[in-house]
Design a protein. Structure first.
Length: 327
């Protein structure tokens, strides 16, 4: 048996209930893993509210770290007793024990503890595919300016550090002076408090009127239109979330009028669709963390029983860095 956080219908944080579930044996291509720490991400809110519908009842959660208990047929990269971490479909990490597909589960280096492993996989792999695999025409070179919204969040703080290590000039936005200071502390070259400043005007000022090569945006509706105007000709608008709601539909001719710019909607799970790609991306992330170039900041820890409060704080934008649920 395992405790698990489930929803029986979409809705607010009050829908999150702890239930006892039966966990069986892993089948072909699966493992059974006992979690030590579980990661919390904004995609969990989308699942809870029904923005991304799930078959109900559903256990939430996309990320965790723990120890492999058993492996099914065909699984060769993991064995019982291995320390492991993952960001993976299908949802189900808000629990003590689960059976799940093995392909996106990676062996966790001994130098990385369970807390860090649970806090880093979804957000770290997201930063990896954005900065390394979602690049504008001609790629990114040392000294290039990029704009990163929500720079004090879990993905943002990792991206600030990684971008600095790559020699990029990351312009980070956040909604308070304290969050801006946090992004700056973690390597942002410039920070903008969008609650006080017009981020478009500041980006133009910082870049001498040229704009940025790429905008990485998980905010959506509230930042969309001005973000397009922050781009250089042939620049890339890389949307990877919509915390403020989905951007409004737009005419494709707008992209021509704004300088033949590109728009893409990215998701991590397209990038980690194969075992080989998942491992290569994870190896890059592990190397960044173990080298000290990227430090994973965990600012909030909640017992599993307080998952409802964790969701309330996340939605209210009270959190910074990464958040984990402890078992």
């Amino acid at each position: 048996m395992s405790r698990a956080v489930q929803i029986t219908q979409p809705g607010g944080p009050e829908q999150l209930k702890i239930a006892d579930v039966t966990v069986g044996e892993p089948g072909p291509g699966e493992i059974r893993i006992r979690h030590h720490v579980v990661g919390l991400n904004f995609i969990d809110v989308y699942h809870r509210t029904g923005v991304y519908p799930l078959a109900l009842p559903a256990t939430l959660g996309m990320e965790a770290a723990g120890v492999v208990e058993a492996v099914g047929g065909g699984v060769t990269h993991l064995k019982p007793g291995d320390r492991a971490a993952y960001a993976s479909q299908p949802p189900g990490s808000y629990c003590e024990l689960r059976v799940m597909p093995a392909k996106c589960v990676c062996k966790l280096p001994d130098a990385i503890d369970f807390d860090t492993g649970a806090a880093m996989m979804l957000k770290g792999l997201t930063a990896q595919y954005l900065l390394k695999r979602t690049q504008p025409q001609g790629g990114l070179k040392e000294g290039d300016h990029i704009l990163f919204h929500a720079a004090a969040g879990g993905v943002g703080l990792i991206a600030c550090q990684w971008a600095k290590a790559m020699g990029l000039q990351l312009i980070g936005t956040a909604g308070s002076d304290a969050k801006c200071a946090l992004a700056k502390e973690h390597g942002a070259a410039h920070v903008i408090n969008y609650a006080k400043e017009d981020f478009l005007a500041r980006v133009k000022e910082i870049t001498g009127g040229k704009g940025v090569k790429v905008v990485y945006d998980s905010v959506g509706k509230d930042t969309w239109e001005k973000s397009l105007d922050c781009l250089q000709p042939f620049g890339l608008m890389a949307c990877f979330g919509a915390a403020s709601g989905a951007p409004a539909p737009f005419a494709v001719g707008l992209l021509a009028a704004k300088g033949s710019i590109y728009v893409t909607r990215q998701t991590l799970f397209s990038h980690i669709a194969s075992r080989e790609t998942t491992q290569a991306m994870a190896d890059d992330l592990f190397a960044a963390v173990t080298s000290g170039k990227v430090k994973i900041r965990i600012d909030q820890r909640y017992p599993l029983e307080q998952v409802e409060q964790a969701h309330r704080d996340l939605e209210a934008r009270k959190t910074t860095g990464s958040t984990v649920l402890t078992l």
